[in-house]
Design a binder for this molecule. Structure first.
Ligand code: 4NP
Length: 182
């Protein structure tokens, strides 16, 4: 992928009520902290449409809120083939999600389809474990832990792909005044 002004990222799990809305909320917050709000658009979807239109699972919302992420405005939807026309990155939470997305992926997709955790744990094919059927909060906290790590690693990748993201405004002013040469 060449360098771009803005990038679009789709996070995908099975139901779009636990892992991928958490990934959307965490990545959006970390992007804002990194000064990249508006340069990267994030959305999420599920390979299944069972929960379409619903807010994230209350357990996901509660744990995310404890960790500083508000997911209350998000609503589930099913991923479609057309998503590949729109999104530069389509990132699966687990290997089943990835296999289902490969069936939807058009033959000449120009973007990146892969596992989200690859950014934090390269070559390990790690999945975000599905917390939906677990008891208690621990599985939901583990989801946030893994997603925070992957988000920070992914932001480093996004910075490489976004045009001139490393040009600090003060450097840009100096550059245009002729004081600095690149
Ligand atoms: P998610 O979790 O894929 O992380 O949103 C699930 C949510 C719902 C179901 C399975 C997983 N379900 O079977 O309804």
């Amino acid at each position: 992928m060449g360098q771009k002004e803005t990038l679009k990222v789709l996070m995908v799990c099975l139901g779009n009520i636990c892992r991928s809305p958490t990934a959307q909320g965490v990545l959006e917050a970390r992007l804002e902290q990194a000064g990249l709000k508006g340069r990267v658009i994030v959305d999420s979807a599920g390979t299944a449409g069972w929960h379409a239109g619903k807010a994230p699972d209350p357990r996901s919302q509660q744990v995310a809120l404890q960790r500083g992420y508000n997911l209350g405005h998000l609503r589930a939807r099913q991923a479609t083939r057309e998503d590949f026309d729109e999104f530069d990155y389509v990132l699966a939470m687990d290997s089943d999600n990835l296999n289902d997305l490969r069936v939807l992926e058009p033959a000449h997709y120009q973007g990146h389809l892969g596992l989200f955790l690859d950014y934090a744990f390269p070559n390990q094919q790690r999945s975000v474990p599905d917390p939906y059927y677990t008891q208690g909060d621990q599985g939901f906290h583990e989801v946030v832990d893994l997603i925070e790590q992957a988000s920070d690693a992914f932001i480093l990748e996004l910075k490489k792909t976004l045009r001139s993201v490393n040009t600090h405004p003060s450097n840009a002013a100096a550059f245009f005044s002729g004081a600095l040469q690149y």
